[in-house]
Design a protein around this ligand. Sequence first.
Ligand SMILES: NC(=O)c1ccc[n+]([C@@H]2O[C@H](COP(=O)([O-])OP(=O)(O)OC[C@H]3O[C@@H](n4cnc5c(N)ncnc54)[C@H](OP(=O)(O)O)[C@@H]3O)[C@@H](O)[C@H]2O)c1
Length: 255
Amino acid sequence: MKTVLITGASSGIGKELAYIFAREGYHLVLVARTESALALIAKECGNKYGIQSSVFVADLALENAGKNLFDQVQARGIEVDVLVNNAGFGMHGSFVDQDVLSNTQMIQLNITTLMELTALFVKQMIKNNRGKILNIASTAAFQPIPNFAVYAGTKSFVLHFTEALHAELSSTNLSVSALCPGPTATGFEERAEMKDSKLFKSGVMSAKRVAEIGYQGLMRNKMTIVPGFKNKILAIASGMTPSRKLLVWVAGKMT
Ligand SMILES: NC(=O)c1ccc[n+]([C@@H]2O[C@H](COP(=O)([O-])OP(=O)(O)OC[C@H]3O[C@@H](n4cnc5c(N)ncnc54)[C@H](OP(=O)(O)O)[C@@H]3O)[C@@H](O)[C@H]2O)c1
């Protein structure tokens, strides 16, 4: 049986991915800060699908968090076949007024830890000549977004990094995909202080649907997975807008 490691598995898209991988017979390695939520998912998936789960409680926004997690997984003798870098958060608001430390933690979590975990696990996957990596970007990756400047920047990194890695590893047995959800009903919008944003007023997808599309796309080794018709149109339109100034203005209006 194979094993998937999912960061940010305690809620939202990560939690739904855990149920899907369990349904497909994978053992789970669940990572987040909220132990009780992870323990409940582990128990439910064990009862329903007969798989085993390991829970790692970790703050992945800390320096060296990726290396520490990797070492702990190694010490428990767990071999990871699929890595899902899902943990992330956003902060909406004027950059000038934002707390620098919170933005630094966002970059650490959304970018540094994701890159670190990818670097450490991909080496093992190459050695084993098999493995899959799913990195969760966002439709925010397709253009700069005023009042979401740092978050959109982090997701742009995730998208470009993952697409480049997909190409680098195209001659191997490995699959590498970037999942780019648009507005999705999770704890994200409340934490990002976006509950009143136009983005979350209509066309919001369920975390379950986004996770299912992400899973299916990874299994087909799609480089970039954009769930939902509206999000696909937005992603295409971003790439076609002739003026970057117009693109940034529209993105700001939409959020
Ligand atoms: N929801 C959307 O509209 C949307 C759209 C595009 C992309 N995304 C992306 O989708 C991913 C999942 O977000 P979601 O929408 O499912 O939101 P969510 O429900 O808030 O889930 C975020 C997950 O990340 C974990 N996490 C947050 N900070 C962490 C830290 N410092 N250390 C370890 N784990 C941490 C949380 O667990 P704990 O709090 O227990 O640590 C939780 O499990 C994120 O990368 C997000 O940027 C979301």
